[in-house]
Each structure stands twice: as C-alpha cells, then as structure tokens.
Design a protein around this ligand. Structure first.
Ligand code: SF4
Length: 162
C-alpha cells in the first residue's frame, strides 16, 4: 500500500505529514478497518510532533473517525482507492489497482470502502448524505465477493499481515 507506506515513512522521518495524508490515508484506513478511535487517537498523539489536544482530539474523534455521533461532520469521511488516486500521486507506483475491489490486485481501500458501507448500512440509512453511496453499494453485482475479500483484509490487518 504505497499511500500508507509513504505516509508512515514520512512520519518516521519528520514526525509530521500534511493534513491530507492524515485524513485521506491514515484516518480513512482506520475508519474503514474499524480501528478503535481512542487507540487511533493515542497513536496519532504519539507519532505527531504537533499533536496538541485542542486540535488532535476534535480532528481525530470528530472529523476523521466520526466517533462523536456526527456532531462535527454530517457524514463519515471515507473514500475508496479511486478517490485517493484522483487526489494524489501514490497509486501509480503501488502494487494494487485502485479501480479493483476483488482479486489479488484489488486496492484495500476500494474493497474496504464497499465493505464499510455494507456492514454499516443500518446505521447510515437515515443519513440522506449517504443515500447515493448506499444505493451504489446495493447495486454492485460482486458485493458478496467484495465483502468476502474485505473480511480477509480486516483479518490480515488485525494480524499485521497487510
Ligand atoms: S492503489 Fe490503493 S493502496 Fe495503492 S496507493 Fe492507491 S489507494 Fe493506496
């Protein structure tokens, strides 16, 4: 995962990355993989040189992880690989393909994006800003295979293998 590896390397080198990799790559992955928001916040506090509570807590708990019940953001900030590909230059040199959601070359962000929508359908269905995405997930012909692949990725993440 070139986007994740680059962001982590930058943090190791400088204890800092721009807001976009924090939100679009790291927090997005944490959301899509159901990482505990408090544990993610603790990690962010540990690794970032500018981790002041007044900005880190609302940004991580509210904006990134949607763990404040939607008080700060009216919908979860989640995105698949196609969005990351459009907004960055990470994907060109990645072993994964941002357009694929199943198979060996499937981008984990893309697979997990659809997996997230499917597993949180009940929670999100009253949010009119999520209607389009939920509808699109429902229409995917390969949703079953995508869910199965997403389960494998989350399992791999939990075991530190992705
Ligand atoms: S293909 Fe997916 S994992 Fe690879 S860099 Fe792009 S968004 Fe990241």
């Amino acid at each position: 995962m070139k986007c994740v590896a680059t962001s982590i390397k930058d943090i190791e080198d400088r204890a800092w990355v721009h807001h976009i990799p924090r939100l679009m790559v790291l927090s997005n992955l944490a959301m899509l993989a159901d990482i505990n928001p408090q544990e993610f916040l603790a990690w962010m506090r540990r690794v970032f040189i500018d981790a002041a509570d007044w900005v880190m807590v609302p940004n991580v708990i509210g904006m990134s992880m949607h763990a404040d019940g939607g008080k700060m953001s009216t919908k979860p900030y989640i995105a698949g690989g196609a969005y990351i590909s459009r907004m960055s230059n990470y994907c060109g040199s990645c072993i994964y393909n941002p357009k694929l959601r199943t198979g060996e070359k499937a981008c984990p962000f893309t697979t997990l994006y659809w997996h997230y929508l499917d597993r949180n359908r009940e929670l999100l269905k009253k949010n009119h800003r999520m209607f389009q995405q939920l509808n699109a997930a429902k229409k995917l012909a390969d949703i079953e295979a995508t869910i199965a692949h997403g389960d494998e990725i989350i399992d791999g993440l939990e075991r530190g293998m992705v």
